[in-house]
Design a protein around this ligand. Sequence first.
Ligand code: GLA
Length: 388
Amino acid sequence: MIFVRSAVLVVLATVVASTSGYAQSVSATPPMGWNSWNHFRDKVDDKTIRATADAMVSSGMRDSGYVYVNIDDTWEGKRDAQGNIQANEKFPNMKGLADYVHSKGLKLGIYSSPGAQTCAHYEGSLNHEEQDARTYAAWGIDYLKYDLCGLRVEMKAAPSPAAAHKMMVDAYIKMRDALKAAGRPIVYSLCQYGNDAVWEWGTSVGGNLWRTTGDITDKYAKMAEIGFSQAGLARFAGPGHWNDPDMLEVGNGGMNIDEYRTHMSLWAILAAPLLAGNDLATMTPETVALLTNRDVIAIDQDKAGKQGDRVWVEGPIEVWVRPLANGSKAVGIFNRHPGPLSPSIDLTRLGIAGKKARNVWQAADVSLSSTYQETIPGHGVIFLRVAK
Ligand code: GLA
């Protein structure tokens, strides 16, 4: 009986996999992991990646759902006589590194550009797309961030904005097809800073996620500018294809704990990829707690895959709501003012009066009445998971 049941499950799983398609198989929920850029910039090397993989396991991040260890720009070396891309001296053995990361139950990501050069002026993939995709597959790469940068030089020479747009779209399609031909499931992350409303066409060029904005920095003003500008984009996200408001800055030291809680809460409501951007090997227990809060991760990774949106604004107070799979809702009441405020929120208007809820950051169960009034710290948030 057990055997029969598992055989049926295998058949069912196969049907689901073939109907839901390749995109969903690699990113049914927003990708979680780490990326080297925000903290290490051009200092990333083999040792950093191994130490990060070790720390992802020992800190409990892997068991909380973080899986991708992504090398950003500056790993690229020169091409060999046959045109094969090689890593530079910082990465003496990419295949060995992938094997190490995989041995920890994690996955390895890499970075390139459709232009001749990357943003940091390293070798890009222009005219080597298929060859590079084959190299990544042979190394055991699981995730590619494909950053427009260098191609903008070629795009400037295009006869019209429409021709430049087509050049960009074609470049993304080219790498999508190259990855597919290489035959290894690789998450395809588009990075072109949200230009030309990428959310409208990112799925059609094979993107599993696409950056919706310029680069984040470790400052409240920039994080908030990016996060709160995501209103209206919810309908473009879903299983296999996500809006990406950029990587996390949690733990890098430029924001206080209330600001980092806002960062995590907003990203979870946005169904954003959670790619930590700090030094995992030296992070504090406070940073681990921010990154691995179970309620926050459960909201971010909610199976329905519906992105949340802003539902209410009053001066510096914004209320954002994300519908969750079982009819419950994630509700963020954000205070964008630098000092504390105690707004009175009409919960009847939000349809959550009288419901049971969990205050995520206080780790406390609460019963909601018809209004909610509590002091929200400057730049802080009250983050609730409200039951059906
Ligand atoms: C761009 C991207 C960043 C990072 C750098 C690397 O600025 O948006 O996320 O990848 O390039 O050079």
